[in-house]
Write a protein that binds this ligand. Structure first.
Ligand SMILES: Cc1ncc(COP(=O)(O)O)c(C=O)c1O
Ligand SMILES: N[C@H](C=O)CCC(=O)O
Length: 433
């Protein structure tokens, strides 16, 4: 595979962009080799600068749920851009977007648009603090909520691969207000609440974690968090930046039937444009400025081009329930096919899956939190990643990320991925022996 153009671009990039990338995980540090520079994408495929084609199993980290260059989204973007890309004033599109989100996400009564998932989570905890008058928050080891200071403590995703889950630059004052518990451990949460009575403003959780690989909540875990929050006057925040509109039209909360006070959204709501949102109970959301005193603002918030793209995709997801059936079936086929290939070889590596999120963990332990996720053989994952890439399958370049399938994958693509997985296993296991 010739990747000369990517090699040259990376050399140029490293001179002018820290690490050569605009987001750390893209640098391939966890898997070796060097990143591919992508020139275009269509449907299920990415094309790099050298013209190589890859089946995309990340889909821009989630947003491209219906595949790349999806025609209704492109048309909506072009129409909106022709009217000028930004006004910095209220628009009809924002109202339609808010109405659509409220109609789809069960616990959201009011919503505020921002520009990224990070902004959404930062704003949500500020709001929870303003609402409760308390300072501390609980987050879970290996969960990632963007790069706000309060969240870069025991963080997953790229932070887990760069060896900096607790980022330098976060002040001790900020860090002391973030309390950490293992994912899926209700007793640890109870212990923190007992240790800091009436001091905890919010519990923020990925209802299905995707930033330590795909890790599912144990039965009763989310309801347990809900009950603890109700008992102790704590705001429950579901970070549905990944799971929102992916696991169901109403996200993980619809799928599990557990409803938070606040929800953070991103990725899919922008259809590939930079968007985030936070929303929830009216009583809490009305504390946001200018109806309330909790300040939050944004020059480009509710940007018309981003709203148009998001509306095009959300309308499709709301109106066409066959899409979710297709996503479930894709996830099932990949899971069964790939698991079958592991079993045929007597390999007991763990696979986790829900809907169209899944991944293979190179550990024999059941993976239910960050400690078990970290038991993976990361070198083996790196070899697997490279072996899949050589076979034209583009995975997230880290063990601590979920796969995100798109509905654009054909039966042929699914079989290609399963065959690539089988061949990659043979290659890396032979190398190991
Ligand atoms: C669960 C979760 N929350 C928040 C974020 C932050 O979103 P963004 O990268 O758009 O700032 C991400 C992804 O990065 C995420 O996966
Ligand atoms: N896990 C992150 C978001 O989903 C990966 C994207 C990034 O950090 O660039």
């Amino acid at each position: 595979m010739n990747t000369d153009k990517s090699v040259i671009l990376f050399e140029r990039a490293k001179k002018v962009i820290p690490g050569g990338v605009n987001s750390p995980v893209r640098a391939f540090q966890a898997v070796g080799g060097q990143p591919l520079f992508i020139k275009k994408a269509e449907g299920a495929y990415l094309y790099d600068e050298d013209g190589n084609r890859y089946i995309d199993c990340i889909n821009s980290w989630g947003p491209m749920i219906l595949g790349h260059a999806y025609a209704p989204v492109l048309e909506a973007i072009q129409r909106a851009a022709a009217d000028s890309p930004s006004f910095g004033a209220p628009t009809r599109l924002e109202v339609e977007m808010a109405e659509l989100i409220v109609s789809m996400v069960p616990s959201v009564e009011m919503v505020r648009m921002v520009n990224s998932g990070t902004e959404a989570t930062m704003s949500a905890i500020r709001l929870a603090r303003g609402y409760t008058g308390r300072h501390k928050i609980i987050k879970f080891e290996g969960c990632y909520h963007g790069h706000g200071d309060s969240f870069l403590i025991a963080a997953g995703s790229g932070a887990a691969t760069t060896g900096a889950p607790n980022s330098p630059g976060v002040t001790p004052g900020t860090a002391q207000d973030t309390l950490i518990a293992p994912y899926n451990d209700l007793q640890a949460v109870e212990a923190l609440i007992a240790q800091y009575p009436e001091q905890i403003a919010a519990i923020i959780v990925e209802p299905v974690a995707g930033n330590m690989g795909c890790v599912l909540p144990k039965p009763g875990y989310l309801q347990g968090l809900r009950d603890l929050c109700d008992k102790h006057g704590i705001v429950l925040i579901f970070d549905e930046v990944m799971t929102g509109f992916r696991l169901a039209p109403g996200g993980a909360q619809e799928r599990f039937g557990v409803f938070p006070d606040l929800t953070t959204l991103g990725k899919i709501i922008g259809g590939g444009m930079p968007v985030g949102a936070y929303g929830g109970k009216r009583e809490i959301m009305e504390k946001v400025s200018p109806s309330g005193k909790v300040y939050q603002a944004g020059t480009l918030s509710g940007n018309p081009v981003a709203m148009a793209a998001g509306l095009a995709i959300l309308r499709e997801l709301r109106e066409n329930s066959a899409i979710y059936a297709r996503l479930e079936s894709i996830g099932d086929k990949l899971y069964k096919g790939m698991k079958g290939e592991l079993e045929k070889r007597g390999l007991h590596y763990t696979m986790n899956k829900i809907g169209s999120m899944l991944n293979v963990f190179f550990t024999e332990q059941t993976v239910y939190d960050f400690t078990t996720a970290k038991s993976c053989d990361l070198q083996l994952f790196a070899k697997y990643f490279q072996a899949m890439l050589r076979r034209g399958v583009y995975l997230a370049p880290s063990q601590f990320e979920s796969w995100f399938c798109s509905a654009a994958l054909s039966e042929e693509d699914i079989q290609h991925i399963i065959q690539a997985h089988a061949d990659a296993l043979d290659e890396i296991i032979n190398q190991k022996a």
